[in-house]
Design a protein around this ligand. Structure first.
Ligand code: ZN
Length: 305
């Protein structure tokens, strides 16, 4: 099976994006994977520190392995918004395909320092695991604050403050200073960069969806040479998503929409008095599958597996 780096580069060249769908239990996970199977799409499964703390890092890896084997699909696992080197190290050791270090609340220097440690550890995994077809672990960096909370449906109109947007010159500095020299003159560094360009985590219940600052995205793209990641994809206007993919976004993270679909449908079905999990869960799973299918079509990753 081709690795995640292959698919990210393919997406970058061909102008589509891979969806990252977060989960915290097996029924959500199965629902996400079912959609990927029916649309023959590569996918990234995401777990935050909270989600992986609940489900277990080792368990998440074993479930990825099982689903890869059963479906034959390129299914990858990313540790989303890791806040410390120690936690990311654990995820790398357990066998995650990628880790995202979120140092966006730290001063840039500090963010760079820890990111570089993560890159070093992730890339050396290649040596630790042996060369038997294994690849190093990929790293997602972040500059600029995306902020807010994916567990919330905002009742107020929400806008990202100008000062939280990724500054192109900081992105350049980050990419440059987190890269390492490997043997044979090869460079290694963060593989993808999460940028703050107007989207936020969570959904705005007013329906005032966040617009993507395409002008800012374009400026960043012109200055750095690595693909980018869009967080807070839930609820973003479709046209903005399509335009952002043309400007170098290769991965789009969806979390709140999945949580919302799952919880709302579950609540409805439980209110009918059903107490058997395998009878009240399929409805919620169907709701999740629907969200994932729509996103896969929008991102253009259908039939790319
Ligand atoms: Zn995020």
């Amino acid at each position: 099976m081709k690795n995640l780096k292959y698919y990210l580069q393919k997406a970058y060249k061909e102008g589509w994006a891979i969806g990252q769908f977060n989960f915290s239990d097996f029924s959500e996970l199965k629902a996400i994977v079912n959609s990927a199977v029916s649309l023959k799409s590569p996918i990234v499964l995401g777990t935050s520190e909270g989600e992986s703390g609940f489900i277990g890092l080792e368990e998440a890896v074993l479930m990825r392995n099982l689903l890869r084997k059963k479906t034959g699909l390129p299914i990858f696992l990313n540790l989303d918004h890791g806040k410390s080197f120690e936690y990311l190290k654990k995820a790398i050791d357990e066998g995650y395909d990628m880790v995202h270090f979120d140092g966006s609340k730290l001063p840039l220097e500090e963010n760079i320092k820890i990111s570089k440690e993560v890159v070093k550890y992730a890339k050396w995994t290649l040596l630790r695991r042996g060369f038997g077809g294994q690849e190093g672990v990929l790293v997602e960096g972040e500059v600029g604050r995306i902020g807010t909370d994916a567990s919330r449906i905002y009742q107020e109109k929400f806008e990202i403050k100008e000062e939280f947007l990724t500054k192109p010159e900081e992105a350049v500095e980050y990419v440059k200073k987190t890269s390492l020299r490997q043997g044979f003159g090869r460079q290694a560094g963060v593989d993808v960069l999460a940028v703050s360009v107007g989207t936020f985590h969570g959904i705005d219940a007013m329906g005032e969806s966040p617009h993507i600052r395409l002008d800012r995205l374009k400026e960043i793209r012109e200055k750095i040479n690595i693909p980018m990641v869009l967080h807070g994809g839930s609820g973003t206007p479709e046209n903005d998503i399509k335009e952002s993919i043309k400007l170098g976004i290769v991965k789009i993270n969806i979390n709140t929409e999945i949580r919302k679909a799952f919880a709302e449908r579950l609540l409805q079905d439980l209110q009918k008095g059903e107490i058997v999990p395998y009878k009240f869960l399929p409805g919620a799973m169907e709701a999740v599958s629907k969200v994932v299918e729509d996103e896969i079509r929008l991102f253009g990753s259908e039939n790319k597996a």
